[in-house]
Design a protein around this ligand. Sequence first.
Ligand code: SAH
Length: 360
Amino acid sequence: MTALGAEIAALVAAEGPMPLDRYMALCLGHPRHGYYMTRDPLGAHGDFMTAPEISQVFGELIGAWAAATWQAMGRPPRLRLVECGPGRGTLMQDLIRASRVAPDFRATIDLHLVETSPVLIARQREAMAAAGIAATWQADLAAVPPGPALVIANEFLDALPIRQFVMTNRGWRERVVGLVEGGLAFGLAPDPIPPALIPADLRQASAGAIVEICPAFPALAATLGARKVAGPLAALFIDYGHARSAHGETLQAVKAHGFADPLAEPGEADLTAHVDFEMLGRHAADHGLMAGPPLSQRDLLFRLGLQQRAETLAKANPGGFADLKAAVERLVDPAPTGMGSLFKALVIHSADVIVPAFDS
Ligand code: SAH
């Protein structure tokens, strides 16, 4: 068992089984042993690959979107550009480079990076130095000062801990991590939870049905909602997930580019869940914000000019054509589990902004 596994087993022995969100939070964020606290997990030699690590086109197109959205906001003279969970800082580095063609936009940027991992903050510092832009690091989105804001987050929401509830013949019960013969094991809490915890349209279900909720969503929506008082807001969330809330379980552990057992090596594998975009959109609406249906990553990238951007890059570097083509095809792969379709983009915005690419 890992050091963190032993610590979690001791906690369970002392306090009883723990809900999944607590287990996930410890696995990902434990100050000494948490997955993100101790490593840079990205890239071919790490555990998983993300869109900005696949091709510079991704961050460049998000940069074009950011500049166009700033225009749509009425060109505020100072813009909080915020990225949540920037990883290696690659997306932001590509975005800043692309914004050289829009110097008016570039000059308004006050950059804030929301990150909890000391290892990744160090990587991001290097990337921002290479991009030639000053940044402020924040542990929490709520700490970003007020004012017009553009928030970007790629593969950030999937790392937010979830709770799972299972329908039984005695009602909805919470899935917990407990101990069986000294090892971590999933179980169900003995007492049913109040049904109000389950979203209303998922509450009626037959035995065995599973519902996931992300307890961080209401606070995230409240933080975004509070911002709109002090200026326009647009927040772009790209992640794997579903456009509509539904029954089913999506917790997954990933290690070395393959699926792993979520309980086998706490702190040594990435733990994520698919994002329920409808749910996040509903919470945003509760705080006076707008959120339409998400776009597929494929549609978003094509609407932002993927075709033209790829052609320009191919002309500039004919020798890299095969690699570029493969990378672009991976980003927009329309197969059900391909990035172009499994990954979706949700924009949450204040009513005063008509957000480019999402307005039709
Ligand atoms: N956006 C990057 C990295 C995705 S990995 C990319 O696309 O390549 C998830 C990122 O979110 C990491 O930077 C991780 O350290 C960060 N993260 C995870 N949980 C977080 C939290 N609660 N607060 C802030 N950052 C978090």
